[in-house]
Design a protein around this ligand. Sequence first.
Ligand code: CA
Length: 222
Amino acid sequence: MLIYIVEDEEDIRELESYALEKNGFEVQCFENSQEFYRAIHERIPSLILLDLMLPGDDGLTILKKLRDEPVFARIPVIIISAKSTEVDRIRGLDLGADDYMCKPFGVMEMVSRVRARLRNIQELPDKQLTFREITVYDSTRTVTADGKTIDLTFKEFELLKLLIQNPRIVFRRDEILNAIWGHSSTGRTLDVHIRTLRSKLGEYGKYIMTVRGVGYKIDKGE
Ligand code: CA
């Protein structure tokens, strides 16, 4: 389970990440919103610990942006802030935070609140899409091939999901580009993503088939 920490104070960042790593979580820390935005477009975490007073976009702005974006809207967010009035808490929770802790906080309590949030998530039924050995879990954005978890980037996931939602349907290259990248990208980007997707899927990469002169489809790979 991957946890993102957005916190500009180094001491607190270290305190949080040390405690979470010791409890078996994978952790990535960010000092500001820019670094965080870049990372979240590559890899979606299971949960975010969010400070409020930050350089650049503050925590509430970050939270609002996440909740406005369907792909990120369901990631659990726990605010950890020095702002401790009831009004602050209510504002954070109203904007869609799942929990709110005030600094200074107990580290063990923080870990147990993280666990509680993740437990809630796991109880949600996940929408699954399956093509032979490959399964895409939409709400947790995970992918398995023959039961083994495959680590995909944001766009690789979108690409696989598009194909697997429409098995044996041939997508033209420009259709895929429009669906996943908008107009801002070239055929070369698509080819690179197809290649990395195939290689990450290992022996099951053969299901991602090239239809010469047209585009791509997912099919039984003959
Ligand atoms: Ca701060």
